[in-house]
Ligand binder design. Structure first.
Ligand SMILES: C[S@@+](CC[C@H](N)C(=O)[O-])C[C@H]1O[C@@H](n2cnc3c(N)ncnc32)[C@H](O)[C@@H]1O
Length: 436
């Protein structure tokens, strides 16, 4: 009995960013012992909202034993974290040589050193085809070698009640030797781009997510009062809980009059390509839907960014990234989403305070794991661990560590690149690995 009480709940948060993943875990009673993050603004945001220390260091130059010492050699419940994804992202360069891609292996070395019962590794879908599938294959094989039973799953976080379709790869493993599934999908969703109709309740819509916030200000220093004392819907209620100020910060825009006129022409779901040619921005004509390839950020090109799109109020938002507050047009107003609106769509509650310039904050928010999805995941794994975790130090696995399964896509078709990854992962499923 004493042993059961001593089971550690310590969580180590790596690549912690603004703390979305960590805040979600804390919401399930699993407060990370610290964050680790290279970006100073993000570190301050983390400390302001999660509490405790966020070590402002480059993970690639810290010796893994530093983390074991932080934990005072106690076996942690979990290591959580999403290394940067720009190298893999379909929105980024997808450069297999990008040194940021190597950070996934730093994550692996830390897991090897601190030996948590669980690890939860989150990344963009581009990880699945990075290096022609070799990166994810190597990562999974290494986790197996370390004694973890692993599941690879591409999830759409809207299924967990996030008001946005957001596909992310979750690689989850435990060294309890137990099979596990992902949390049940509780919601149907449709953003106009990704959809999963079902009889399940519809995830909160964009209109529901943005409910109750007053008209956007014209300056960052202005706080904007709520429209009414009471919340309109359960999602709004969740966002407003614990905000004692009656107002929100970061709810401002600086749209030029000529751009307002342009946005007014866009219907929900429409992009620049739907406008008559004379309204189309020069850069848009050059690159159609593709993101900026010449390295000039859209905000520096002057005028409306060319990737603009008006969202549907009655559906879920598209994926919030660092560019969302430039490119996604509010469903009913002729301006882009504000930073606070992006934070809401990412399920950061209204009392969450962000540190840094507007561009830095937009990036922190876009990078984050939505706290709501993180809490769902944390509770789910906690419940499994409660049934199988075994005290002070988890004994070595009763069964062989194995690749428990993988879901690379929910579509019927699969790209050639993904088929390669499937073949490689299949070889791990089928082989008698003899890892222990
Ligand atoms: C995808 S974001 C993580 C977001 C975070 N999980 C959240 O939920 O808010 C990746 C983070 O890794 C950080 N990062 C990038 N390179 C790093 C390094 N070498 N050492 C530590 N942190 C790094 C980035 O600054 C970024 O905040």
């Amino acid at each position: 009995m004493l042993i059961a009480n001593m089971k550690s709940d310590a969580v180590l948060s790596l690549f912690s960013g603004a703390g979305g993943f960590s805040y979600g875990f804390a919401g399930a009673g699993l407060q990370p012992i610290c964050g680790v993050e290279i970006n100073r603004d993000a570190c301050i945001t983390y400390e302001e909202n999660i509490g405790g220390i966020c070590h402002n260091v480059d993970i690639s130059v810290v010796e893994p034993y530093f983390f074991r010492e932080l934990l005072r050699s106690k076996e942690p419940f979990a290591v959580i974290g999403g290394p940067p994804c720009q190298g893999f992202s379909t929105a980024g360069s997808r450069d297999a040589q990008d040194p940021r891609n190597r950070l996934i292996f730093n994550y692996l070395r830390i897991v090897a050193e601190v030996r948590p019962r669980w690890f939860i590794f989150e990344n963009v879908e581009g990880l699945l085809t990075s290096g022609q599938g070799k990166d994810v294959f190597a990562l999974v094989r290494e986790f197996l070698t370390l004694g973890y039973s692993v599941r690879v799953h591409k999830a759409n976080l809207a299924a967990y009640g996030v008001p946005q379709t957001r596909k992310r790869v979750l690689i989850i493993g435990n060294r309890l030797g137990v099979d596990f599934s992902l949390p049940d999908e509780a919601y149907s969703y449709d953003s106009g781009k990704s959809r999963k109709p079902s009889t399940k309740p519809f995830a909160p819509t964009l209109d529901q997510a943005l409910a109750g916030i007053g008209p956007a200000a014209r300056s960052r220093s202005v706080t904007v009062p709520y429209l009414s004392e009471n919340s309109d819907n359960p999602f709004e209620q969740l966002m407003r809980a614990k905000n004692t100020t009656g107002s929100v910060t970061e709810h401002f825009h600086s749209t030029a009059a000529k751009d307002e006129g342009l946005y007014a022409l866009l219907e929900s779901g429409q992009t620049m390509k739907d406008l008559p040619e004379e309204y189309q921005h020069g850069s848009f004509k050059r690159r159609a839907f593709r993101r900026v390839m010449d390295g000039t950020p859209s905000e520096k090109r002057g005028g409306a960014p060319s990737g603009i799109k008006r969202l549907y109020g009655g559906l879920q938002s598209l994926t919030i990234t660092g560019s969302a507050s430039r490119e996604f047009i509010h469903p009913h107003e002729n301006r882009p989403l504000t930073i606070r609106e992006c934070a809401r769509i990412q399920t950061f509650p209204d009392h969450y305070r962000f540190f840094g310039s507007a561009a830095s904050v937009a990036q922190q928010i876009g990078n984050a794991v939505p706290p709501l999805a993180a809490t769902t995941l944390a509770r789910h794994l906690q419940a499994i661990d409660g049934r199988f975790g075994s005290g002070i130090q988890t004994p070595s696995c009763k069964s062989e560590p194995r690749l428990l399964g993988f879901l690379l896509t929910e579509s019927t078709g699969m790209s050639e690149a993904l088929q390669k990854t499937e073949r490689m992962l299949n070889s791990l499923l089928q082989k008698e690995l003899g890892f222990t």
